[in-house]
Design a binder for this molecule. Structure first.
Ligand SMILES: [Zn+2]
Length: 262
């Protein structure tokens, strides 16, 4: 299983560099900052956050898992679906839970202090897909753990969802002008609808929370479409653009007292 997980990350990194190349050829918006510098900052930030978040979350999850063991209550266990139905429902539950978790990050100030680091990126491209603060990653692990336990989702299905969703996240953050974006956005999250979520305008940012399937937003009436996506002002007003491009600044930003509650 470890080998499969490592392979998964290699393939995502290859897909990421393909998207970086495509973004340069078919850009959706004009860039404000150097791509090389931002890729370096966002990937370094992702690496540091990944290590810190998991160093703290894995031991706790390991202990809790040990307490409950394998034989715990779970909705999918009660329903006793066939393997294919169980996989489809697992995928749907996991994707819906990601929508709910994303909304929680926007509506509860404590979680927003971490998620705002992701939104502070003054340019939006494939590298933004990796820009998640370790605080957000840490709490996300527990939310996912709760969802996996509640629905009794098999670990293989979780890994398949993670694998597919990583590609989806890199794709919808990319600055790619995709010809069939509008048609595709009826089913999955595309660069144009996700760029509305990264707008500085509050009502635009408070929309399009979905991760893989876009219909969660339509179902909850949080879906938004704008004709002129290229004109959207990306980022946050709470932080200067140059500060948002400094690694140390964004690492400590959620713990900075004067910014609390912004
Ligand atoms: Zn968000």
């Amino acid at each position: 299983m470890i080998f499969e997980i490592i392979m998964q990350y290699y393939l995502v990194i290859i897909f990421f560099f393909i998207m970086v190349f495509i973004e340069r050829k078919y850009p959706l918006r004009e860039k404000k900052f150097s791509v090389k510098k931002r890729v370096l900052i966002n990937l370094s930030f992702a690496f540091i956050s990944f290590i810190i978040a998991r160093s703290f979350s894995y031991p706790i999850i390991f202990i809790v898992r040990g307490i409950f063991g394998e034989d715990h209550f779970g909705i999918l266990k009660i329903l006793e679906f066939s393997a294919i139905l169980s996989f489809i429902f697992s995928f749907i539950f996991l994707d819906y839970s990601q929508y709910v978790w994303h909304r929680i990050n926007h509506s509860i100030p404590f979680f927003w202090t971490f998620h705002k680091v992701h939104h502070s990126d003054p340019d939006l491209d494939a590298s933004t897909a990796f820009r998640f603060h370790f605080g957000e990653q840490f709490f996300a692990q527990f939310f996912r753990f709760f969802v996996i336990m509640l629905f009794a989702v098999q670990m293989e299905y979780v890994l398949i969802y993670d694998f597919i969703s990583l590609f989806a996240i890199v794709f919808h953050h990319s600055n790619y002008y995709f010809k069939y974006d509008k048609i595709l956005s009826r089913v999955i999250v595309t660069p144009s609808i996700h760029s509305i979520h990264h707008s500085r305008d509050f009502s635009e940012m408070n929309s399009n929370f979905s991760v893989v399937f876009s219909f969660w937003d339509r179902f909850h009436r949080s879906f938004k479409m704008t004709e002129n996506v290229a004109m959207i002002k990306i980022g946050l007003n709470d932080i200067a653009e140059n500060d948002a491009n400094k690694l140390l600044n964004i690492l400590v930003w959620p713990f900075n007292k004067k910014d609390k509650g912004s």
